[in-house]
Design a protein around this ligand. Sequence first.
Ligand code: FE2
Ligand code: FE2
Length: 409
Amino acid sequence: MVLSGDVKDPQGRMLAPAGQEISPKLIRVFKIWGIGEVPVRADAEEEPGKAEERAIPIEIREKADEITRYRFQYNDLNDPFIYELFQASYLEKARKINKTPDAQDISLPEPDEADALQDGRRKKTRKIDAEQLIHKTIRLGTIPDVYYKTIAAINNPEASLDDIALIVSKDMTLSAKVLQLVNSSFYSLRQKVDTLTWALALIGTNQLMTIVSGVSAVSFFKKIPSRFINMVSFWEHSIACGTAARLLSSYFPERIEQERFFVAGLLHDIGRLIMVQNLSGEYYELLRDARSEEIFLFAAEAKRFGLDHSEIGAQLASLWNLPESLCQMIRCHHFPGHAGAFHENAVINLADIIVNALEIGNSGEFFVPVIEPGVTRELGLDRHMIVPVISEIDYQLADIFEIIYKTVE
Ligand SMILES: [Fe+2]
Ligand SMILES: [Fe+2]
């Protein structure tokens, strides 16, 4: 089937242009996203984005193709799903280079202070202790009390919505963010919500946990800057991954708790901040080695330190009393088949890959990770969902980034 007209979300934002191929499953997902009628015709095919692509100079397209192929080198481009993602990634790269020629520079940026690298020139392998690193980092800041109180109230079956609202209302930043998020593109509600009690009644306690965990984690780590990682870019990657995971979860046959996926996506690479924080110059050396040896950064971490950022992140999430299933999603985001629920882990795995492919922010990984066998089949995904999902990530990201990251003091 082919779209006979544009598909737009309730706010009028383009999700899929006329001429794009579409599947019955995608029509169902559009319905979940609040789109009533999807205009479809069953004949002529026209590939989306072709006219825009032709308008970009050939040498720029060739450069974008070369860089994208290099970044996708571990992926099988014969897989229709991967190929669609590759195409989207290549077109995005071509657009970026066309706008800013600097976008073709793929070299690793130098850290602010070169002398900070001297502690990086150490022996090539040494075991690190996740618990020790986590404790060293969390001693540097404090998680606000309201976080523990809210999570405890959410987990207490005796606590009412009013009890939870009372705890949240004592924190001005948190109350403001709850209202901002409820009124953002994240929920696309038709009416404006202006009281906390109404907001909580609408979004429920699980969604509240999203906001509380997100705001707390970001504000905690924002106070611990690093010279070796661009924090804005790191959180852009993380927030985009959470947004993508939440969107992908709507492809499940049954409606499930989407907010858990957002938090898992948001925190999936948090262990990397702990590694960078503690290993500084040594971690930069690792970034450099991974790039020159053309291997994944998570693989380089495991090779050098005996464990990678996903294990450290999962242990931190567990220390922060997040649910076990969420800790598993963080632990298994590169290898969804390793433990826990495959479907749930696979959503984070795929969200991370999409965000990496599109270069939305960056958490240090240069090569596009490989989708583990069975992920797209098990999730029942087809290639037609790539373009609308990317478009919706793009649309929601600006709002969510503003709420979660920008205004955190
Ligand atoms: Fe990761
Ligand atoms: Fe990631």
